[in-house]
Write a protein that binds this ligand. Structure first.
Ligand SMILES: [Zn+2]
Ligand SMILES: [Zn+2]
Length: 98
């Protein structure tokens, strides 16, 4: 059980900020934390240390998803096909004229 400090107003203080009012309780370690020290994940409050422990191994996931090579490949395929069609059409047109 973490130490709970009471503010002069009677409210419970944040575990990391003794002078700040706690607005949430970490569901993992039951520490009372202020708005700055709490992070909501799927509507559930976590303190800083518990969030770090939870997010640790899965942190890189967001960065990796950004490079979508299939989309880039599809784009160049379309560009290449269009250029080829245009070139063929131009050659046929020129051939017809000459
Ligand atoms: Zn916690
Ligand atoms: Zn705090």
């Amino acid at each position: 059980m973490p130490p709970v400090t009471a503010l002069p107003s009677g409210a419970t203080a944040c575990a990391n900020h003794p002078r700040r009012e706690a607005i949430g309780i970490c569901v993992r370690c039951r520490t009372q934390v202020c708005g700055e020290c709490t992070t909501k994940v799927d509507g559930i409050n976590y303190c800083v240390s518990c969030l770090a422990a939870l997010a640790g191994p899965k942190r890189e996931k967001r960065e990796v998803a950004k490079t979508s090579s299939p989309l880039v490949a599809a784009f160049w395929l379309v560009v290449g096909t269009s250029a080829l069609t245009l070139a063929t059409w131009a050659m046929l047109e020129l051939g017809a004229i000459w």
